[in-house]
Design a protein around this ligand. Structure first.
Ligand SMILES: [Zn+2]
Length: 419
């Protein structure tokens, strides 16, 4: 309907939404759907300085309370979607790591989110050695050098929950030395969509100002380039946690990019109030084969004990952005044990995830073991909740306008209860 209005030249449409007793969020979901064709890509906005609409009117059929509440949520989601889409689907030069950092600093200027950027490559090498390995080829080009962007929000009132959200931000995934051939590199500018969801998540927080929560986000921005300094298979690299990691395939770079920032988040979580750690990533083709356009969530023991995955799955159904629950097996952990004495763990195997048994579940086990989150299980003195989210291709196919998925669900599950 909005597409038809746009093609007719309408500049200020009024969207009337109807309540539905079976679907309590029908009006919000309908309004969010209307935002998709209204999005204008960042490069077009920058070059032409124009928007498709002057304004979008919202009228919720119900009491006046519903309309103002709807407007508040749609405005927050709209701002959040824009940040997510700008970062997630814009090309690898306009959204190279340094320019993502610049964009995020601009997007959160004078707001409620504190943004800090690690741009010193010697610090990245020392504190985030696996991220530095993925960055090694790109590091030779100043415009492509890695950035770790930290976002922090402290809500009013006493903190009840603390969320740590770590996003994969590979600005273009060439595969590295295990080069993506046969056209498989096309669309890999979206390999930063995990970080894009993190940025969007914090934009929603920035607008909605939830109370009694603290949130920390890490956008791990690197380019997986191929070149003379590129990292290769057979290397053994010691992670921030002290685990020696044996590299098997340079195209399995997402887990390596997030690993050391996740370890840092774990160190912070140990001092935080009721912490829950998350990784969000377009990690595997195996997830796409398993679940199509839905994201998969995988809880560790303490997160499962809190009932998180089941709860958020319900939320996703209610907000029109369903997610699938995937479970970890003991074999997923065994799979990543090193095959030789040089290392503690192996990064993966030499095959792509789509040709690997349990290709999207084992990385969740790897991330826990390599960051030592596995030392904080339900039977430990200090359990830590951890959930890995493999987005697969849930943001939709490049180059069509992307769907900020599972952003709607994450905001609805983690933020809205505190608004
Ligand atoms: Zn890759």
């Amino acid at each position: 309907m909005v597409c038809r209005a746009l093609s007719a030249g309408v500049k200020s449409p009024l969207l009337v939404t109807l309540p539905n007793s079976r679907f309590p969020n029908a009006e919000l979901v309908a309004a969010l759907g209307a935002l998709t064709p209204v999005y204008t890509p960042l490069n077009v906005r920058e070059e032409e300085n124009k928007q498709k609409l002057h304004q979008l009117g919202l009228l919720a059929v119900g009491d006046s309370d519903t309309s103002s509440q709807l407007e508040k949520l749609v405005s927050a989601y709209d701002a959040s979607f824009t940040v997510c889409r700008d970062v997630g689907e814009t090309g690898p030069e306009r959204m190279a790591p340094p320019r993502v950092a610049e964009y995020i600093q601009g997007a959160f200027a004078n707001g409620n989110i504190k943004v800090t950027v690690v741009d010193d490559q010697s610090v990245i090498l020392k504190d985030f050695p696996l991220m530095a390995a993925v960055n090694r080829a790109a590091n030779a080009v100043k415009e492509h050098q890695a950035r770790l962007i930290r976002l922090e929000y402290v809500g009013e009132g006493e903190t009840q929950d603390t969320f740590f959200v770590v996003g994969k931000g590979v600005t273009i995934d060439t595969g590295g030395c295990d080069l993506k051939t046969g056209g498989h590199m096309f669309g890999m500018c979206r390999d930063k969509y995990g970080s894009a969801v993190v940025g969007g998540f914090f934009k929603a927080i920035d607008v909605l100002k939830p109370k009694n929560i603290k949130a920390v986000g890490y956008m791990c921005m690197v380019r997986n380039s191929i070149g003379s300094r590129a990292y290769t298979c057979d290397e053994v690299i010691t992670s921030r946690s002290g685990k020696r990691i044996h590299i098997y395939n340079t195209d399995a770079e997402g887990r390596l990019t997030m690993l050391d920032p996740l370890t840092l988040a774990k160190e912070e979580a140990l001092k935080a109030k009721n912490p829950h750690l998350f990784t969000v990533a377009t990690l595997t083709g195996h997830e796409v084969l398993s679940y199509g356009y839905y994201a998969a969530i995988m809880d560790n023991g303490p997160a499962k004990a809190s009932g998180w995955a089941r709860k958020v799955q319900e939320v996703g159904d209610e907000f029109g952005q369903p997610i699938e629950i995937s479970r970890l097996h003991p074999e997923d952990f065994a799979f990543h044990l090193a095959e030789c004495e040089q290392a503690d763990l192996r990064q993966g195997n030499t095959k792509p995830s789509v040709a690997t048994l349990r290709g999207h579940q084992t990385p969740a086990a790897f991330l826990q073991m390599a960051s030592r989150i596995d030392e904080h299980g339900t039977d430990s003195a200090h359990p830590l909740k951890y959930t890995h989210i493999d987005m697969g291709g849930c943001e939709g196919d490049h180059p069509s306008v992307s769907f900020p998925n599972p952003l709607v669900t994450l905001v609805a599950g983690l933020v809205l209860p505190h608004v």
